[in-house]
Ligand binder design. Structure first.
Ligand SMILES: *Cc1c(COP(=O)(O)O)cnc(C)c1O
Length: 380
């Protein structure tokens, strides 16, 4: 069996086959050196290893695993998801145009708005889950980048990636997909026409809420990609070897964790949907959700672990429910083994998030324990 034939579970569990060849350890080592020695004739002791900002074996290996899981030719790691997004946007020339999905991860929207203002980049925001609206905008506006997030956060909207790619390409733009909530396990945006896929590796890819990281992957290492790689190196937005090593370790169980989180999330979503104190559940795995059919086409193996729901009443009622939860930690972020709950309106009060919305990230705990916890918190 060649490496190409291997399924994601095998690639992840075996760290793409890497072991420590110098000792025989089945776990690849961490090499924390910031610099690498040269021989007396000044040749490198190991090709490619010059200085810590250039590269590191753990970073290279983590990137190789991520590229394989994503079905990509190349992947680049960054110290955070935002650094990965920023690296892509910095390829837009001053005075250029970006088309960005509205109502996505607030940190992304906030930074992009600020960046575009500073750099005189025209920013057009659109509900990209409306494929026709995105197409009309792209047809009328030559652009450099079209950026979408699917499933989106916190609305769990689904964007048709194949259609978005057509629209973006008609505008002369690259389609960049933030696939954080889907992970490389559930969805492969590059195979649907996306030019670059992005993840916050801080979330499910690492999965243990103890590493910050971001990743970009592509099948087309063209000039834009080279510019991103050069900017990462020259401007120094690199991830450290310890973080890369923890990512390699975390990813060994990524397919298992995602499978369990999806199973749990589906059970939790059905429980919430039937609860009298809950007004609405946003989860792409529920047939009542607007993005259900598209998510079923685009995602394989589950609908993810992220969902939002509306508690009957206002902010105080939602906050009371959050306050009564015992298992769900009240904390931002998502994709970890432990379940989290967040009152998004408190975090982004002026962006149209309903006051009674709670977003949860479902972990790998026992599903019935999670449901019991939500049940006692909701009352009735
Ligand atoms: C967390 C997150 C980001 C930002 O990633 P960081 O690692 O926190 O910088 C971007 N997009 C989505 C969807 C996220 O959840």
């Amino acid at each position: 069996m060649t490496m190409i034939d291997q399924k994601k579970a095998t690639i992840a569990a075996q760290a793409a086959g890497a072991i420590d060849l110098s000792t025989g350890g089945v776990v690849p080592p961490i090499q924390p050196s910031t610099t690498y020695a040269r021989a007396r004739d000044y040749s490198l002791l190991q090709d490619g290893n010059v200085y810590g900002r250039d590269n590191n074996d753990a970073v290279r290996l983590a990137e190789e695993i991520l590229a394989k899981l994503e079905g990509a030719a190349e992947a680049l790691l960054f110290p955070t998801g935002m650094a990965a997004i920023a690296a892509v946007f910095r390829t837009i020339p001053n005075g250029g145009t970006a088309i960005v999905q509205s109502g996505i991860y607030w940190g992304t929207t906030k930074w992009i708005r600020d960046f575009c203002t500073r750099r005189d980049v025209t920013l057009l925001e659109v509900d990209a889950s409306d494929a026709a609206a995105l197409d009309v905008l792209c047809a009328a506006n030559p652009a450099h980048i079209v950026f979408v997030e699917t499933p989106s956060n916190p609305w769990l909207k689904t964007v048709d990636i194949a259609k978005a790619a057509q629209s973006a390409h008609a505008a002369g733009a690259k389609l960049v997909v933030d696939s954080t909530a889907a992970t490389p396990i559930l969805m492969q945006p590059l195979s649907m026409g996306a030019d670059i896929v992005m993840h916050s590796a801080t979330k499910a890819i690492n999965g243990h809420s103890d590493v910050l990281g971001g990743v970009l992957a592509t099948n087309n290492a063209d000039q834009t990609w080279q510019d991103v790689a050069i900017d990462r190196h020259d401007a120094g937005a690199v991830i450290g070897p310890f973080e890369a090593w923890l990512l390699i370790r975390g990813m060994r169980t990524l397919p298992l964790r995602v499978e369990r989180m999806c199973e749990n999330a589906m059970k939790v979503a059905h429980f919430l949907q039937d609860h009298p104190i809950v007004e609405g559940v946003f989860y792409p795995g529920l047939p009542t959700h607007t993005g259900y059919e598209l998510a079923t086409q685009q995602m394989e193996g589950g609908y993810g672990f992220l969902m939002s729901f509306l508690v009957k009443g206002g902010a105080a009622d939602a906050l009371q429910v959050a306050g009564r939860l015992n298992l769900f930690h009240r904390a931002t972020s998502l994709g970890g083994v432990e379940s989290l709950v967040e009152h998004r309106h408190t975090i982004e009060p002026h962006t149209g998030i309903p006051e009674n919305l709670l977003r949860i990230s479902v972990g790998i705990e026992d599903a019935q324990d999670l449901i019991d916890d939500l049940g006692q918190a909701l009352g009735q």
